[in-house]
Design a protein around this ligand. Structure first.
Ligand code: 5GP
Length: 116
């Protein structure tokens, strides 16, 4: 498991690599996914380096709630009035590739179920 301090997302938070940032506050940042899977594909991440959802602790409850409310705010800002999908890939079987917790917002088209 890679150290979340060293991920590409930590570098985006530190402005060491560019990203199209659409929202930022003291706890979270949101930016466009570099390889979009839908007309709108945004990522919401905590500034705190939590590697994955299963590493979150009960004392992180305020941050975790904040991330969900940030998803709502960013989706509204992106104009996703007809709905959207929120995805948290977790660990190897979850298909996670970047080990800094992130919430995908996918929208702008109708989603299918079940996902692959
Ligand atoms: P995961 O597979 O871990 O759930 O999602 C990681 C996401 O990060 C992928 O959708 C991938 O396209 C995106 N991603 C990977 N590297 C970068 C990057 O350097 N910049 C941005 N904006 N997105 C990235």
């Amino acid at each position: 498991m890679s150290n979340p301090q060293d991920t590409i997302f930590a570098k985006i938070i530190r402005r060491e690599i560019p990203a199209e940032i659409v929202y930022e506050d003291e706890l979270a940042i949101a930016f466009k996914d570099v390889n979009p899977q839908a007309p709108v594909h945004l990522l919401v991440i905590p500034k705190q380096p939590i590697a994955m959802l299963s590493d979150a602790e009960s004392e992180d409850h305020r941050l975790m709630g904040h991330l969900l409310l940030t998803v709502k705010r960013v989706a509204e800002q992106a104009g996703l009035t007809n709905g959207y999908r929120v995805v948290i890939n977790t660990g190897e079987d979850g298909g996670q590739t970047v080990y800094h917790l992130h919430l995908h917002i996918l929208g702008g088209r109708s989603m299918q179920w079940p996902p692959g």
